[in-house]
Write a protein that binds this ligand. Structure first.
Ligand code: ZN
Length: 164
């Protein structure tokens, strides 16, 4: 098996920000890094779940809604994936995400939190989601990072896999 691209990112020097993890097949895949991996606590599952509902709702109603392919949380609970149709830059996504987070901070409930509309409708925490969004918003506004440091990974056949 080949080492997949996202595992070649150096997660020990990863600052919160917005990164392009790949741009191919006509799509741009973003990593929205919300916390610093292995340095800060990851986002609590219930807060991340609420953030997913709210972010997906905003992006799918925004003026780029026709380009939004996917919005979903990372399994490590340190960030969110957003896949867009077409070419977008980290700066484009920073502007969109700031608007999204500002909207989330005005919301008093999480959409689609009934047994009919959500697979785990009790796993939500809006106050903690707001706390994470407020901190991430501040980081995007004052300390923006968008450049990954790649690890050198040696594959089974001895080749060095160093870049995207
Ligand atoms: Zn849900």
């Amino acid at each position: 098996m080949e080492v997949i691209q996202s595992f070649t990112i150096d997660h020990t020097h990863l600052k919160p920000g917005i990164y392009v993890s790949r741009q191919d097949k006509g799509f741009t895949t973003f990593d929205l890094r919300i916390t610093e991996p292995n340095q800060e606590p990851a986002v609590a599952p219930a807060a991340m779940h609420s953030m997913e509902h709210l972010m997906a709702t905003w992006f799918r109603n925004s003026n780029v809604k026709d380009d939004v392919v996917y919005v979903g949380p990372m399994g490590c609970l340190t960030g969110m994936y957003i896949v867009m149709k077409g070419s977008y830059t980290p700066e484009d996504m920073r502007i969109l995400t700031i608007q999204c987070l500002e909207w989330i901070l005005t919301q008093h409930e999480v959409p689609a939190t009934t047994p009919e509309t959500c697979g785990n409708y009790l796993l939500h925490d809006l106050p903690m989601c707001h706390w994470e969004c407020r901190r991430y918003l501040h980081r995007l506004q004052t300390d923006f990072h968008s450049q990954y440091t790649m690890l050198k990974v040696t594959l089974d056949d001895g080749k060095i896999f160093a870049d995207a």
